[in-house]
Design a protein around this ligand. Structure first.
Ligand SMILES: [Zn+2]
Length: 243
């Protein structure tokens, strides 16, 4: 599903584009190759491939940016890396979690108990070719990317702040969603205190297009949605949450 001239939504459980477990999977046409942002859970890979060809995207995925290690975002990385021989990029704090693929480290045990995955779901571990840290700058085709480590949802959650055809685009994973919603979990590694400390990193970026890992995306005025979450975190109440 084409969102802008360069950006497509090629997978999503919520939008019925791929397997129910899949987060939003975005693809950017970066000129001489495609950038995929998040990979879904790994059960909707064929549907994603169909969506790529239906959208006329017959270039190869050269880079796969993972926002964090959770299975609905990183579980498909192994399959796409095998298929495209793409460079897998993920935050250094969670690269080992993706490479080991252990259920407890991934939070999959609790997520299965909570009914988010079927008991027989298996996470395929994936090599991370390029672990990144806060402040790293990448040039992928004609897209520039600044890596922002915004902890709160998980310790290695990375937001990818991109300039795409002169527009400021932010991929947030599960850090912040449309309408000022945050992704706080009742699980080790997720922290309201880290949200208070780190979410202000996203202030003042002038984000036009906000592309979160779940729910609706925002094509114009994305910064307002982020600022709403920031201002809510300054009050006593816990801001609205995504689950
Ligand atoms: Zn997550």
């Amino acid at each position: 599903m084409r969102l802008t001239k360069e950006i497509y939504l090629v997978g999503s459980g919520e939008f019925g584009l791929s397997h129910d477990f899949d987060c939003n999977i975005y693809v950017i046409d970066a000129g001489d190759g495609l950038i995929m942002v998040d990979s879904g859970a790994g059960l909707g890979v064929e549907e994603v491939m169909d969506n790529l060809s239906r959208d006329g995207l017959n270039k190869s995925v050269r880079w796969l940016l993972l926002t964090h290690a959770h299975a609905d975002h990183a579980g498909g990385a192994h399959a796409f890396r095998q298929r495209f021989r793409c460079t897998v990029v993920a935050g250094a704090p969670e690269a080992g979690v993706i490479e080991r693929g252990e259920e407890k480290e991934l939070g999959l045990d609790v997520a299965k108990r909570s009914g988010f995955y079927s008991p027989d779901y298996v996470f395929n571990p994936c090599k991370v070719d390029l672990p990144v840290n806060h402040g790293n700058l990448l040039r992928l085709g004609n897209v520039s990317v600044k890596v922002l480590n915004v902890r709160g949802h998980s310790p290695g959650s990375m937001c990818y702040f991109c300039e795409i055809a002169g527009k400021k685009v932010l991929f947030t994973g599960d850090v912040v969603f449309a309408k000022g919603v945050i992704g706080l979990l009742n699980y080790e590694g997720s922290s309201l205190g880290e949200y208070r400390r780190c979410l202000p990193l996203l202030r003042g970026l002038g984000v036009e297009t906000l592309l979160p890992g779940h729910g609706i995306f925002v094509l114009r005025g994305g910064q307002r949605h982020i600022d709403l979450a920031c201002s809510r975190l300054k009050r006593l109440q816990i801001p609205p949450n995504f689950i």
